[in-house]
Design a protein around this ligand. Structure first.
Ligand code: CTP
Length: 405
């Protein structure tokens, strides 16, 4: 995350999407930003200033002056590292395009010397109207950043374009912007990450799966993207959502589909991290109809799936870095070392199910990193995001060491 310590002015204008702004403030604050909220008068019909003041921990202003006190819009515009106008109504958009200044939001906007991000929200017909198109073009030409609208259900009840981007997407957009300004050691590099479980079908209603949630692999994909890599995330059946503009998600179900997606992407990948819990065996045959209950026992013949990590290890070229995981319950180090060798990986991330708070389903993890130097590094129990960041730092160290050999 690049947001910690950033000062953000959030301007809320009159749109039904304003009800999502307390959540947006909460996410920004959670990411480490300091947030000051200003609103237009009509925004207050959709969201309570008290809610926004509570989550931002600062008073919310909507007038250029509160009684005898003047709200210094110039100071606020200069204080901020970023101004975010979310939701931005068609009315405010039109004012911004034409330099009108009849409220605090417009005054801060005109005074802001920081980057300004606009998350429009309106019904599709308004969004597609020629004057709105024109206004968007104009404010873009002034150097403002437009956060793309989403497609979905609108206040009118119609389905179409014009929904405000979700708070998570706005935070991710800002994070990426700050990242691009910062240091990006993996800029221009491509990464492949696998995550989640696989489902191996038995019949049309049953499958063999496992308890993987995909959280660790997703955190790794986001961490690599945070360092500038363009990431292809091949994700098995997982409930998790992924919001990162540099992560493109390929959703798959079975080990075979994951294998096919990886084989396609791997030749271009500089870094590949295989965090998925791929089934080792699948039913030899998938029954075309639901298997009916019959005798006291049921035998299903299983056959080996393709080992994706080993297959990629076999075709790995110099300069490609391959990382695998090892989930073990006994003799952990020995098993992990043999996976490193047998699968021709450069790094194995060892998870022991003996460690409390580690492995499937938890938000935390405790891992040991084993590479070809013969050394190993045991990390403390920490959030999966922090584990991911530590793994990515280790990957950067290995790449650096290879270049300097
Ligand atoms: N893996 C894979 N394809 C498979 C099985 C595993 O790519 N069909 C990868 C996993 O993503 C992980 C690594 O291989 O990066 C090790 O997975 P793990 O299940 O721990 O090891 P296995 O090789 O399956 O051996 P075992 O289950 O006997 O421990």
């Amino acid at each position: 995350m690049q947001i910690p310590g950033k000062k953000i002015v959030l301007a809320v204008t009159g749109s039904i999407a304003a009800y999502k702004t307390p959540q947006l403030v909460r996410l920004l604050v959670k990411a480490g930003a300091e947030v000051r909220v200003i609103t237009t008068a009509s925004a207050e019909q959709f969201v309570s200033p008290l809610a926004l003041a509570t989550v931002s921990k600062h008073p919310v202003h909507s007038n250029v002056n509160d009684g005898a006190a003047w709200n210094n819009h110039v100071e606020m515009g200069r204080w901020a590292d970023a101004m975010v106008i979310a939701p931005c109504s068609a009315n405010t958009l039109a004012k911004m395009a034409n330099g009108l200044c009849d409220n605090l939001v417009c005054a801060v906007y005109l005074s802001a010397i920081c980057p300004v991000f606009v998350a429009p929200a309106m019904d599709e017909d308004m969004w597609l109207h020629a004057s709105t198109r024109n206004n968007i073009q104009k404010i873009r030409s002034y150097g403002n950043h437009i956060i793309p609208v989403a497609h979905g259900e609108l206040a009118s009840g119609l389905i179409g374009e014009g929904r405000m981007a979700e708070p998570e997407q706005i935070v991710s957009y800002l994070n990426n912007f700050f990242l691009e300004q910062g240091n990006l050691p993996l800029k221009g590099k491509k990464a492949l990450v696998t995550a989640g479980p696989t489902y191996e079908r038995i019949d049309p209603v049953r499958f063999i799966g496992n308890f993987s949630t995909g959280k660790m692999g997703i955190a790794l994909a986001e961490s690599l993207a945070d360092k500038g890599a363009d990431v292809t995330l091949v994700l098995g059946p997982s409930q998790q959502q992924v919001y990162h503009s540099r992560v493109s998600v390929v959703r798959v179900e079975s080990g075979q589909q994951m294998y096919d997606a990886c084989m396609e992407t791997f030749p271009q990948a500089d870094i590949s991290v295989l965090a998925a819990a791929v089934a080792d065996y699948k039913p030899e045959q998938v029954a075309p109809e639901k298997i009916k209950k019959q005798g006291d026992t049921l035998n299903i013949n299983l056959t080996k799936t393709q080992d994706i990590l080993a297959s990629l290890g076999a075709i790995k070229k110099p300069g490609q870095l391959l990382v695998g995981f090892a989930l073990e319950t006994n003799n952990e180090m020995a098993h992990a070392f043999s996976k490193l060798k047998n699968k021709n990986a450069d790094l194995i991330v060892l998870n022991s199910l003996k460690d409390e708070g580690a492995g499937f389903g938890h938000d935390t993890n405790k891992v040991t990193l084993i590479d070809n130097s013969g050394e190993h590094l045991t990390l403390p129990l920490q959030s999966k995001q922090d584990v991911a960041a530590a793994i990515v730092s280790h990957i950067l160290e290995i790449r650096h060491a290879e270049k300097t050999v």
